[in-house]
Design a protein around this ligand. Structure first.
Ligand SMILES: [Zn+2]
Length: 168
C-alpha cells in the first residue's frame, strides 16, 4: 500500500502546471500505484469520488487515474482535442476540498481525449455526461485549475445539502 496525503486547497502545488510523463525516465508504475492506493482509501473514507490526478498528491505529472465499480482508466499525458459546444450544469466537488462542499459548474456535454494508457498505447476516446465532466475536472488539475475557479452564480452548497438533492 502506498497511500499519499491529499493536498488541500490553499496548497500552492495544486496551482502548478504539471509536466508531461516521460515513459523512459519516469517511474510510471509507481505513479499509478500511488494514485490507485490513495484513491481507493479516500473513496472508502469519504464514501465518494471516482478519480484522482497527480497534483492532488503533490506529483506534478500529467497523469489521471479513475476507478469505479464498472471501469478503470489510467490517462497519461491526456489532451482534450474536442469539446462539444453543448454544456450542462454539474454540482462538483473535490478531495482537495475534503468533499465538504459542492459548487455549481458548467461543463461540456461531450469531450474527445487523446491519452496514453498504462501499457503505453495511444488512445483516442470520447466521453459524455458524467465521464465528460469528470475528466474535464481531472485534466483541469494538470493545469493548476480547481473546480472552485469554475463555480457559476456563486452557487455553493454543503455536502449534506447536496446529498438531499441527489437523493430526491
Ligand atoms: Zn479534484
Amino acid at each position: 500500500m502506498s497511500v499519499k496525503r491529499i493536498l488541500m486547497i490553499g496548497n500552492e502545488l495544486l496551482r502548478k502546471k504539471a509536466e508531461s510523463v516521460d515513459f523512459e525516465k519516469d517511474p510510471v508504475d509507481r505513479y499509478i500505484r500511488d494514485l490507485r492506493d490513495t484513491l481507493r482509501q479516500t473513496q472508502r473514507k469519504k464514501r465518494i469520488g471516482r478519480a484522482i490526478a497527480g497534483p492532488q498528491i503533490g506529483c506534478l505529472k500529467r497523469i489521471v487515474y479513475m476507478e469505479t465499480k464498472e471501469k478503470r482508466i489510467t490517462m497519461i499525458n491526456p489532451r482534450i482535442v474536442k469539446k462539444s459546444p453543448d454544456t450542462f450544469e454539474v454540482w462538483d466537488s473535490c478531495f482537495c476540498a475534503d468533499v465538504a462542499f459542492f459548487g455549481k459548474t458548467l461543463r461540456h456535454r461531450a469531450i474527445s481525449v487523446e491519452y496514453t494508457n498504462e501499457s503505453g498505447e495511444q488512445i483516442h476516446e470520447n466521453f459524455t455526461d458524467d465521464l465528460s465532466e469528470l475528466f474535464q475536472h481531472e485534466i483541469d488539475h494538470l493545469e493548476g485549475i480547481l473546480f472552485t475557479d469554475r463555480i457559476i452564480d456563486n452557487q455553493i452548497i454543503m455536502r449534506s445539502e447536496w446529498e438531499k438533492l441527489s437523493s430526491s
